[in-house]
Design a protein around this ligand. Structure first.
Ligand code: SF4
Ligand code: SF4
Length: 97
């Protein structure tokens, strides 16, 4: 079991989930410092399509990130809505590149 970040993160990507994760398993294609250096309202334009991902091999299924997410973008893998099921593989794939 793991948690998954869906594409609902895109457009918000505030990195709040990163701060509460006990095992530092949430990452994205942009370094956290670079992401946070850009005002939240400008991130969508500066980093089109940007979202974060959860490493399924490191996640300890605590749920802290899901509770913190303002975009309701994070689900347990069993609970990911049908429209976002592809995001399960996208999260795992990010960590195998
Ligand atoms: S808290 Fe939600 S919206 Fe913010 S970066 Fe994490 S998944 Fe994306
Ligand atoms: S469920 Fe817990 S361990 Fe897994 S990514 Fe979220 S905060 Fe981190």
């Amino acid at each position: 079991m793991t948690y998954v970040i869906t594409q609902k993160c895109v457009g918000t990507c505030d990195s709040a989930c990163v701060d509460v994760c006990p095992c530092d398993c949430i990452l994205g294609p942009v370094a956290l410092g670079d992401l946070r250096a850009v005002p939240a309202r400008e991130r969508g334009q500066r980093f089109p399509g940007l979202q974060l991902f959860i490493d399924p091999d490191e996640c300890v299924d605590c749920g802290a990130c899901a509770a913190e997410c303002p975009a309701d973008a994070i689900y347990r893998d069993d609970d990911v809505p049908a429209a976002y099921r592809d995001d399960i593989a996208r999260n795992a794939a990010f960590f195998t590149r």
